[in-house]
Design a protein around this ligand. Structure first.
Ligand SMILES: [Zn+2]
Length: 267
């Protein structure tokens, strides 16, 4: 059974939940989409019952702290696992060249040389270009430039083995250049910083983010089947699922998911 596991659903400075981190899996092998902003990725993998040995493919969308810093921890811990002989196979990292270069510099600064020697041997970087497709865990997986206004950013579309499709747009609003990857998909993962009524508090439009209403209108326009909202503020986390879902349903006729950390959505 294919599923999306939410490991981090909050925006960059969330403290009441983890920052952006998801996996697409069959319950055994997990394709990780962003790593969140720190070693909370290890905590949440453990709480979700996912071992490092179940993660051999990691995608990083862009170079911001809340998406990348967890990758340093993944590389450190998987590197240790390779050294000890307990991590089988290779780790594949997918990101654009500039991000790969920056991550390597951070690792050179922070990780021991013996772990760095695994790069290129057991830890393989795949540098992305617009429209590049890989077979990841038996699923056609296409990476695309999201036309981010802040920094070069990639999204990903996965064609699931059950025939459905899921598209992750990173942490900026949908741009029409991405229509080929987002229109009509079964699951659209779109950021939503806050409710429409909170626009004056969080100013999503000034920082290239969306309200729930914006994301829902986009999903309706793209005629997707289901909308998954994430990368949200965290001030009223207990109410988020209810309030965000209610607002989204005013503008979008399909299914709406507002996952909490550790929620699993059967795809
Ligand atoms: Zn972010």
């Amino acid at each position: 059974m294919e599923q999306l596991t939410a490991l981090g659903t909050g925006y960059a400075i969330a403290t009441k939940c983890y920052t952006t981190c998801f996996t697409v899996s069959d319950g055994q092998e997990h394709f990780m989409i962003d790593c969140g902003g720190g070693n909370g990725v290890l905590t949440n993998l453990e709480k979700a019952g996912i071992s490092l040995g179940q993660v051999h493919h990691i995608f990083l969308s862009h170079r911001h702290t809340d998406h990348v810093m967890g990758a340093v921890w993944m590389l450190r811990m998987i590197g240790h696992g390779i050294e000890k002989g307990v991590y089988k196979g290779n780790l594949h990292m997918y990101c654009h060249q500039e991000l790969a270069d920056g991550l390597l510099q951070m690792c050179q600064f922070m990780l021991p040389a013996r772990l760095l020697s695994l790069f290129g041997e057991r830890i393989i970087f795949h540098c992305l270009s617009d429209g590049l497709t890989f077979d990841i865990l038996g699923r056609k997986t296409t990476f695309f430039d999201t036309r981010s206004k802040k920094t070069l950013q990639y999204g990903v579309k996965v064609e699931l083995q059950n025939g459905k499709t899921i598209t992750y747009l990173g942490d900026e609003p949908y741009r029409e250049e991405c229509a080929a990857y987002a229109a009509g998909v079964d699951y659209l993962m779109h950021e939503a910083l806050c409710l429409e009524s909170q626009e004056a508090i969080y100013h999503p439009h000034k920082i290239q983010h969306s309200t729930v209403k914006d994301a829902a209108e986009c999903a309706e326009q793209l005629q997707v089947h289901s909308l998954i909202l994430f990368h949200t503020e965290d001030k009223q986390l207990a109410l988020r699922k209810h309030t965000y879902t209610a607002e989204a349903k005013q503008y979008f006729g399909g299914w709406v998911y507002v996952p909490d950390d550790f929620d699993v959505i059967v795809l």
